[in-house]
Design a protein around this ligand. Structure first.
Ligand code: FCB
Length: 452
């Protein structure tokens, strides 16, 4: 793949449009701590997390989120993506926790008081236990229950937020939970339900979109789609064919459903009629981390005859314990923005980052993230913000505390934060609303050799 963005002259200052959002992305289960009523808590108790880790008090946000809002403000950030925890707000079906709503009001006010615009995600992988036990998004009443929750959140918090992300990574939620079985509910190889869950999530997104707009006509509503760049291993027609099919199944199902109400064969067999879903988004959220190559292989029937692999020598973060982290591939930002640009919707990079405990390549990832966003804007694409995943090391799902994605390191025993050099670098970019050659010289000391 040619690297248009890494080829951008290093002597040039890249200045971003006024008002560009420089943010960080977070999620309730990973940051708040003590989400006792979530299915993830049950998954921890059942031994589902590497090393037997538990989220525990996590980054202690339920009590002290403001400490990190101070940090975000000091870094010069003007945006922060966070999620509300359904399992906290509705601990039992139909019962609302007034104190939890009050705390979220305080949290959103805390952001606004610091000049930080919140983007609120309504579902970020975590379900209330009661909802999980009835089958989560496979339950016949799932749509009604999710919509009831969304409506309530907008009624309670809508005066403090108008930028909503309905569902985080519907493809990851369904594939990792129903096909790989590494996340709750731990189904392995359940292809049928993987697509049924995604189709239901598309409907849940659409219902949420309408429920929000009914209550807040000026709301901006989208979702965050995970894109895993799946390039053919070679130019051979068979490699291209299987890479294209995997790409359509993994990356494209949800955007295509929302933007065109269509699903490609064979997904249309599971998806049903999607006409109600069409047009239900005001922006597109892109979560971009990795690239994998796909080679045709008769031995990989369960993966639609495509063997996925990561070539040697490409940039990688720290290895994951479940090992599904691919090549770190910031150029994917521009490629996906280009691909979605035809739909004419504003775009936010709702997540981008790397697991990197020693900050070995994160500065390069930050630099390349900015360069790719800049390149996309230069091409006329309407990219409005970039949210780095993540502000502080946090509880990384089945990886537990092993994988460290923070611009700041977290000491779990003291809750002390230590800003990594990449955090200083990101702060410099956000503060200047620009990437300068001096910043690159100062911070990007150790770019992956293969990427230069
Ligand atoms: C994304 C998730 C986010 C975080 C990052 C590393 O897939 O949305 O919660 O775990 O990966």
């Amino acid at each position: 793949m040619s690297d248009q963005t890494t080829a951008t002259s290093d002597s040039e200052t890249l200045t971003f449009p006024p008002g560009f959002r420089w943010g960080v992305a977070t999620a309730s289960y990973q940051y708040e701590g003590d989400c006792e009523n979530s299915q993830w808590r049950a998954w921890e108790k059942a031994g589902g997390i590497a090393n037997g880790d538990i989220a525990g008090i996590a980054c202690d946000w339920w009590r002290h989120a403001e400490r990190d809002f101070d940090l975000a403000q000091q870094l010069g950030l003007n945006a922060l993506r966070l999620s509300v925890e359904w399992s906290r707000l509705e601990p039992r079906s139909g019962e609302w926790d007034a104190a939890a709503f009050a705390r979220y009001r305080e949290v959103l006010q805390g952001l606004r008081a610091r000049g930080i615009e919140p983007m609120v995600t309504l579902h970020h992988f975590s379900n209330p236990l009661w909802f999980e036990e009835m089958g989560a998004f496979l339950a016949p009443s799932a749509l009604d229950l999710f919509t009831r929750f969304v409506a309530r959140v907008v009624e309670e918090l809508g005066d403090l937020c108008d930028l909503w992300c309905t569902i985080n990574e519907p493809n990851v939620y369904s594939v990792v939970g129903y096909l790989l079985g590494i996340w709750p509910p731990g189904h392995k190889g359940d292809a049928r339900n993987t697509f049924r869950v995604q189709a239901t999530l598309a409907r849940a997104h659409a219902a949420a979109y309408r429920a929000i707009h009914q209550r807040q006509p000026n709301a901006r509503v989208g979702w965050a789609q995970n894109f895993n760049i799946l390039d053919p291993a070679t130019n051979s027609p068979l490699d291209r064919l299987v890479a294209g099919i995997q790409d359509a199944a993994y990356n494209d199902f949800f955007p295509r459903a929302v933007l065109t109400a269509r699903a490609v064969f064979p997904l249309n067999l599971f998806a049903g009629n999607l006409s109600d879903v069409r047009g239900t988004c005001d922006f597109l959220g892109i979560n971009l981390y990795y690239r994998e190559r796909v080679a045709f292989s008769l031995r990989h029937a369960s993966q639609i005859f495509g063997r996925r692999f990561v070539p040697k020598g490409v940039p990688r973060g720290d290895p994951g314990l479940n090992d599904f982290f691919g090549e770190v591939y910031p150029d994917g930002i521009r490629r996906v923005a280009e691909r979605l640009g035809v739909f004419g919707k504003p775009i936010y990079i709702t997540e981008h980052g790397v697991a990197d405990r020693t900050d070995r390549i994160r500065p390069w990832v930050v630099e390349q993230g900015a360069r790719n966003v800049y390149a996309a804007i230069q091409q006329g694409l309407d990219v409005r913000g970039y949210y780095h995943w993540s502000l502080v090391d946090n509880f990384e799902w089945a990886e537990g505390w092993h994988s460290r994605f923070g611009l700041a390191a977290l000491d779990l025993t003291t809750q002390e934060r230590t800003l990594r050099p990449s955090g200083q670098f990101y702060s410099a970019i956000a503060t200047a609303n620009a990437l300068t050659p001096d910043m690159v010289r100062q911070f990007v000391v150790d770019a992956p050799p293969s990427a230069r």
